[in-house]
Write a protein that binds this ligand. Structure first.
Ligand SMILES: Cc1cc2nc3c(=O)[nH]c(=O)nc-3n(C[C@H](O)[C@H](O)[C@H](O)COP(=O)(O)OP(=O)(O)OC[C@H]3O[C@@H](n4cnc5c(N)ncnc54)[C@H](O)[C@@H]3O)c2cc1C
Length: 535
């Protein structure tokens, strides 16, 4: 029996599986490997202070400034400090990072980075190529068993320890839940961008793992901080294709339909201002009916197809030649800063449960993620979880009994009947309108109608159930944070309040109680948490 299970096959999950070898591990993925993971869609690359004149101190300082007072300084130093070593490991797996004429890794500068420090591949294909390389390595590693077309439903926990995971087959017409016994589970299910109407994230980024861990009692923090990417390509596609930040790094600028370079009204760093500021500026132009467009004509022009092939293809598919025409852009849910609280070894508050990558909340990103720090976090924490697990003193009790899923007979799957399109559309539209780029108390309180979804989803449909639980965590945390900070902007509290410079860990049980208080008009609800930011 294979007793270690990794849930999710993005960069974090695959890197952890490789680092665990030769310890046997089962990786489950709802799609064939390479599909359904944000990692494969990453365009710019991975941040590491390896360039001339750069240093771990500078990388840490940039990360902490972006994090707007909520980063855990010790975790920031640990993660950015390990970047050079993890890049070396990726190179050893065969990842072909771009090099300059002298053979040194070629580094790009991105918004809010003080140095050129983003290692990329073929302009905008970093994620795709990194994933292809690691998938080939995984397929060649006999200790890794991959269960494709398999998704997690719920964790089984007894006496505070994980005993296994309930799963189902995503491609079966009539899937039956089955149980994978496990002494150790690593959750690596990525983010939750799909909770919003416009997102850059794949369909599988619904916060499944976050909801599953939270239902099992895991501590969660920073759920209110959702990063919106300012330049998703707005051509009516879902997920929205991305116009990578590297375009702005190369000098592309933003204009409205009157041709005004509107970032001049918002920040001295113009298009290279922090993401939340650019995203809000784009949203303001669009809400005012002026539209927002990325102008790459002077900065990139005829080099577009060769330097940014992915963006070029997305634009051309929509009939826009970005070398000669403006690209329409919108702010789109892009990255989930909050998640399952972990320590420096990726351990969660539940015995035998680790969490890595975008699902986790390590304290690296604080209130706002610095671009290209997430692939870095995925490999650093994936590596650390594997190293920790290999040495962990897991209980030696003998095989766990097969456990039936408690909701057997009362569930439905996305692949099966009941179309829930209207429920999903309502949830995503409501979240965008009231818990999106800008929020206020009345809007957030109005979202309590989402709670009604619990009544409307019988039989249980796992994706909607998970999205409802994550929505509840986001809404209650956003409601209780009565200030604006990083990616969380409240029109009724537009200023940052130094007294709230602390993270507020919570649980799903607390969030449910808060939700009911909100629904009953509980305007006095405040954050209970006290995890002070160490800056
Ligand atoms: C378009 C785009 C561009 C980006 N560009 C960059 C960039 O240049 N640099 C950077 O650092 N970051 C970038 N990011 C962010 C970065 O890609 C992600 O944060 C990172 O890849 C997350 O890795 P992960 O392994 O945690 O999650 P993912 O790569 O999303 O993998 C999650 C895995 O879990 C699986 N899963 C989901 N639900 C279940 C379930 N119920 N059961 C089992 N498995 C499940 C998914 O199918 C997937 O296999 C970008 C993101 C997007 C969307």
């Amino acid at each position: 029996m294979n007793e270690t299970v990794i849930v999710g096959a993005g960069l974090a999950g695959l890197f952890a599986a490789l680092k665990l070898a030769p310890v046997p591990v089962t990786v489950i993925s709802p799609k064939p490997l390479g599909e359904g993971a944000s990692s494969a869609w990453a365009q710019a690359g991975i941040a590491a202070a390896i360039g001339e004149g750069d240093s771990v101190d500078k990388h840490a300082a940039d990360t902490i400034v972006a994090g707007a007072g909520l980063c855990d300084a010790a975790m920031v130093r640990l993660i950015v400090g390990e970047a050079p070593r993890r890049i070396e490991e990726l190179l050893r797996y065969g990842v072909p990072f771009d090099r300059d004429l002298e053979g040194k890794l070629k580094l790009q500068r991105e918004a809010a980075h003080s140095e050129k420090r983003v290692a990329g591949i073929n302009g905008d294909r970093a994620g795709k190529v990194i994933m292809e390389t690691l998938i080939a390595a995984v397929r060649n590693t006999p200790s890794i068993r991959v269960l494709e077309n398999t998704a997690a439903l719920d964790l089984a926990v007894a006496d505070g320890r994980v005993t296994g995971i309930h799963c189902y087959q995503t491609n079966a017409v009539h899937p039956e839940p089955f149980f994978l016994p496990a002494r150790a589970v690593i959750m690596a299910t990525g983010g939750a961008g799909q909770l919003y109407r416009v997102t850059t994230n794949p369909e599988e980024a619904r916060g499944d793992g976050l909801a599953i861990a939270a239902r099992a009692g895991a501590h969660v923090a920073d759920a209110e901080f959702v990063q919106f990417h300012p330049t998703a390509i707005d051509v009516g596609k879902s997920p929205a294709p991305l116009a990578t930040e590297a375009l702005r790094g190369e000098g592309a600028w933003l204009v409205n339909s009157a041709g005004e370079r509107f970032m001049e009204r918002h920040h001295a760093d113009l298009e290279l201002a922090p993401r939340d500021i650019v995203a809000r500026a784009v949203e303001i132009e669009r809400l005012a009916g002026r539209g927002a467009f990325l102008d790459c004509r002077a900065a990139i022009g005829e080099h577009f197809a060769s330097h940014f092939p992915t963006v070029y293809a997305s634009c051309m598919e929509a009939g826009i030649n970005p070398a000669r025409a403006l690209i329409p852009v919108a702010a789109a849910a892009h990255y989930t800063m909050g998640g399952v609280v972990t320590d420096a070894c990726a351990r969660t508050s539940i015995g035998g449960l680790w969490a890595i990558g975008e699902i986790a909340c390590t304290g690296l990103h604080g209130a706002n993620r610095l671009a290209s720090n997430s692939l870095l976090e995925a490999v650093v924490m994936g590596g650390r979880a594997a190293e920790d697990m290999a040495n962990a003193d897991l209980p030696r009790t003998k095989p766990f009994a097969l456990r039936p899923w408690p909701h057997q007979g009362a569930w439905d799957t996305p692949a099966r009947t009941v179309p829930q399109a209207a429920t999903l559309a309502h949830l995503r539209k409501s979240m965008s309108a009231s818990a999106g780029v800008v929020r206020d108390q009345a809007g957030l309180a109005g979202l309590t109608s989402i709670l009604g979804i619990s009544e409307r989803i019988f039989p249980i449909r796992p994706d909607i159930r998970n999205m409802r639980d994550v929505a509840m965590l986001i809404i209650t945390s956003a409601y209780k944070r009565r200030e604006s900070r990083g990616a969380h902007y409240r029109t009724d509290y537009p200023h940052t309040d130094p007294a709230q410079a602390r993270r507020a860990p919570t649980t799903l049980t607390e969030a449910r109680a808060d939700y009911l208080t909100m629904a009953a008009g509980g305007a006095t609800l405040t954050a209970r948490g006290s995890m002070a930011a160490e800056v």
